[in-house]
Design a binder for this molecule. Structure first.
Ligand code: SER
Length: 891
């Protein structure tokens, strides 16, 4: 049975039994504790907790999920996938254990010809939580399972939680016995593949406040109503019903595996290690496709890092399979074709998704090339020095700078016949992790532990945002944190996080910075707002300092936004929409915004593009935007359904969360985007937009920065002033400036060259006199001299050689010259053949001199150079050379 059919049967079965069908939520649901949705129930958490009303008391869904905790297991077992789909049926205070078991048993065992999955009853088992006698009895009665096929298990297996605070409860799983070829009979708990769990029924009863591990958690209390959450692994059922061995071979995944095998010229099934790599590729390509599809871009933290890791593991697996050329264009296209039936947005969004994937592959391939060179050089150096081990520091550098996974380094080391100091590597990694943790704590959205905000949100309720139409609003203080702790009041000088029931302050989001301003309380207390964040959706926290008076919960407040700053930010935000639109016109649909920042008078805008954007395109975009400013278009915002928004052609930015009603911001009829930010009323209010240029910010992503309004004007005025100063100084017209400056630079260079020549010539003129002044030390003719400051090392050397050439060839001769080129002294020594044969060596003499100068040096026996730090020791250094020559002569 095809995966799509398994999914259809599921939805049909439950919708015929009064369940409302809910589409899959984005993988990026707004739960601050989860990087990705990892179970079908996640979008329904507020319904279980009684925080929101469900659309219906019974719902069903097929939810996209990502779990990367077991990423190392992918490909090695039959059932570990980083992306999977979970079929679920849910009851919020409606049916409970009995009906849940009835429904599950009916669908699982109903013959395929009647719309069920047709699993043979004799092969099925159920597990229940150890003391859940009720569930035990129900499996006996409803399913008629014999006692030896109902297994009681402990918390670890049969008590389900989200892994983070939230709803949970005892659960009961349905397993299939795959037969003796998959392992020993009766080993239900074991890691083997014989008993495969494919459907989990959770009897949601409790609200968990802390989850330390699967069997160690705190129960805060009962849920408002007993509820049901079930999850059936779509991929697992698919591989069972498709008669294949594992999830990598099901219809939605196998074609990618086959294409990877083709590209590598491998036969799947011929070699275990290669099979694992092919499965990793198939799994990771699909996960990456789905993750990018939902708006994530590769990065170095959070979701972006997970994505990058998955993409790089895929590149690396292909490399281990012997393919060094790019493969993503082939593999992603195959995966998209397999998934688009269930997720049509993959097709409509293909330009963006593929651009991001291909850019990351290209970037990582370059990284591999650069890192491999570094590794090869290190390996050569180690071997040359007779060593056998790559240091932990080098391995760490390869990891940190070049993104080399340690296993790659280990493998390359073993190919090169050396090993790696893994202990030191791990120590450095741990050190870095600690640093990163400390950094994260210090960041402004800090409070890694969001529990304080959850408590605050529970105490104060959601915030009404009035800031689209007002910049001053009356409200009431609903919540207060002082030093991250709930508080009922705060005093002058306290740094607080303050919650109002209504606020005109915009919380940072959608690329727009939070507002600044003041909150004045009815008792006269004044609070200065320094930043505004929404740590939980719809919940605004003002980070502020109490300037005077006392702030208490329940006080009435006048919240007043710093208007000039807000207007400057709004101008930047409207300009971002316009720049976005103009880039899409100039470069095509792929130039879709990936990130932006709107700050007062300034914007930053990131989009995928393989190469630098030529200056002519930047100029066109800037001209286009400024032309639209003159049209003075209206900028309007409307609330509508997502379908209506699509019909108006509004651009949705992935990665942003949109609810059942969305806000569409239009710049005339020209640019339309889903956006929650604040804007100007008309484009004319922007004044002028000046692009400052563009640059790469990694992996095929470009960043443009621009100034808007007064800031743009000031920038242009400053540049104009600079040009005016230059034209005045150089006495030319502005357009003649570049040529004039070029001419000046060329003449300057020529003059410097000439000057150098003269200086060297003049210096060499002193050679005959210096040679004639040679003195005898133990039979060696010695010239020592302090040469005037400012002589270069090259000139000093030339002079030493010239003098040496003038000394008699039939007797020992040595020349030692010292000077101070800039601020540190240098010394050059040259000796002739006779001196060398007597044991007077230039290298040794330089060492003696350099020591006196407070430094070091060396070189060949006939000429050598050194230097030091003490410019006052030049004479002493030269005297030391004379003494050394004398000593050798006597010795
Ligand atoms: N939440 C449970 C699970 O993820 C059942 O949906 O297994």
């Amino acid at each position: 049975m095809e995966t799509a059919e398994i999914r259809n049967r599921w939805l049909r079965f439950f919708s015929e039994r009064d369940h409302a069908v809910v589409p899959s939520a984005s993988l990026l649901l707004d739960d601050p504790n989860l990087l990705f949705v990892n179970a079908g129930m996640v979008p329904f958490k507020p319904y279980f907790l009684g925080q929101e009303q469900p659309p219906s008391k019974r719902v069903t869904s097929v939810q996209k999920c990502v779990r990367t905790l077991d990423i190392e297991e992918v490909g090695k077992t039959t059932r570990h996938g980083t992306f999977f789909q979970m079929n679920g049926n849910f009851s919020f205070g409606d049916y409970f254990k009995e009906r849940a078991i009835e429904l599950a048993w009916e669908l699982v065992t109903k013959p395929q010809s009647e719309g069920g999955y047709g699993f043979p009853e004799s092969k099925l088992l159920a597990t229940v939580y150890q003391d859940d006698d009720e569930a035990y009895g129900l499996w006996k009665r409803i399913a008629g399972l014999p006692e030896n096929r109902i297994v009681r298990l402990g918390k670890k297996e049969n008590f389900w939680s989200m892994g983070v605070p939230g709803p949970g409860g005892p659960c009961s799983e349905i397993l299939i016995d795959r037969g003796p070829e998959y392992g020993a009979e009766g080993d239900v708990e074991g890691a083997g593949d014989r008993y495969l769990e494919f459907w989990n029924l959770v009897f949601m009863e409790f609200d968990l406040s802390a989850v330390r591990s699967k069997d160690d958690f705190d129960i805060a209390g009962d849920l408002p109503a007993k509820s049901i959450d079930t999850g059936m692994g779509l991929e697992r059922v698919a591989f069972l019903l498709q008669g294949v061995d594992n999830l990598y071979e099901i219809d939605e995944v196998r074609p990618v595996l086959d294409r990877a095998a083709d590209l590598a010229g491998k036969q799947y099934g011929a070699d275990h290690a290669d099979d694992v790599r092919l499965r990793v590729v198939a799994d990771h390509i699909r996960s990456a496709l789905m993750i990018i599809g939902d708006g994530v871009t590769p990065g170095n933290e959070g979701r972006g890092y997970v994505l990058r890791r998955v993409l790089r593991r895929a590149v690396r697996s292909m490399r281990l399979l012997g393919v060094e050329d790019p493969t993503f264009p082939e593999l992603f296209a195959v995966s998209k074709d397999m998934m688009k039936a269930s997720y049509p947005e993959l097709e409509t969004d293909w330009a963006r998704i593929s651009a991001i994937a291909y850019a990351e592959e290209e970037a990582f391939r370059q990284t591999l090339r650069a890192g491999t060179q570094i590794f090869d050089m290190a390996a050569i150096a180690i071997k040359a020095a007779g060593g056998t081990q790559l240091s932990g520091t080098d391995a760490f550098k390869l990891h940190d700078t070049f993104g080399f996974p340690i296993d790659l380094t280990l493998e390359m080391a073993s190919e090169a016949g050396i090993d790696v100091d893994q202990q030191e590597f791990r120590r450095l990694m741990a050190e870095q992790r600690d640093r990163a943790k400390a950094d994260a704590k210090a960041k402004k959205t800090g409070h890694l532990d969001l529990s304080a905000y959850r408590d605050l949100a529970a105490a104060s309720g959601a915030t009404t945002f009035t800031g689209y139409t007002e910049v001053v609003s009356e409200g009431t203080v609903r919540g207060l944190l002082v030093d991250g702790e709930l508080a009922s009041s705060a005093h002058e000088g306290n740094d607080v996080e303050l919650v109002l029931d209504r606020t005109p302050f915009y919380a940072e989001g959608g690329g727009q910075l939070g507002d600044h301003g003041r909150i004045t309380l009815d008792n006269g207390a004044v609070v200065e707002v320094l930043d505004v964040q929404a740590p939980l959706p719809g919940f605004t926290v003002h980070r502020a300092r109490v300037l005077s008076g006392e702030v208490a919960i329940g006080a009435s407040a006048d919240a007043s936004v710093d208007l000039d700053r807000r207007l400057a930010i709004s101008r930047a935000h409207t300009a971002t929409h316009m720049v976005h639109k103009a880039f899409r016109e100039a470069l095509g649909e792929t130039a879709t915004q990936m990130g932006s920042e709107n700050s007062p008078g300034r914007l930053r805008f990131d989009f995928p593009n393989a190469a630098a954007v030529p200056p002519s395109v930047l100029a066109d975009v800037e001209a286009r935007v400024n032309a639209v400013l003159l049209d003075d278009l209206d900028v309007t915002a409307e609330i509508m359904s997502p379908d209506q928004a699509r019909a108006t052609g509004a651009m949705a930015l992935f990665g942003e969360k949109y609810g059942e009603r969305v806000r569409v911001v239009s710049v005339g009829d020209w640019a339309r985007e889903l956006c929650g930010g604040t804007h100007t009323n008309r484009t004319g209010q922007l004044g002028v937009v000046k692009l400052l240029g563009e640059a790469s910010i990694g992996a095929g992503i470009r960043r443009v920065e621009a100034l808007v309004g007064t800031d743009a004007y000031r920038f242009l005025a400053r540049e104009h002033h600079l040009v005016a100063q230059l034209t005045e100084a150089l006495k030319v017209r502005p357009e003649e400036l570049p040529e004039r400056v070029d001419g000046i630079l060329t003449r300057l260079k020529d003059a410097e060259r000439e000057l150098d020549k003269l200086r060297s010539g003049r210096l060499l003129e002193s050679a005959p006199a210096l040679a004639a002044a040679a003195r005898d030390f133990s039979g060696t003719a010695v010239v020592v001299s302090q040469i005037p400051d400012g002589t270069t090392a090259d000139d000093l050397r030339a002079l030493a050689l010239d003098i040496r050439g003038r000394l008699p060839v039939d007797r020992a001769g040595a020349v030692a010259l010292a000077t101070v080129p800039v601020d540190k002294p240098i010394v050059v020594v040259a000796v002739n053949d006779v001196a060398r044969n007597r044991g007077i060596k230039a290298g040794a003499l330089v060492r003696v001199a350099a020591q006196a100068l407070g430094g070091g040096g060396g070189g060949k026996d006939d000429v050598a150079q050194g230097g030091g730090t003490d410019p006052n020791a030049v004479l002493a250094a030269l005297a030391a050379v004379e003494a050394a020559v004398t000593a050798v002569g006597i010795g």
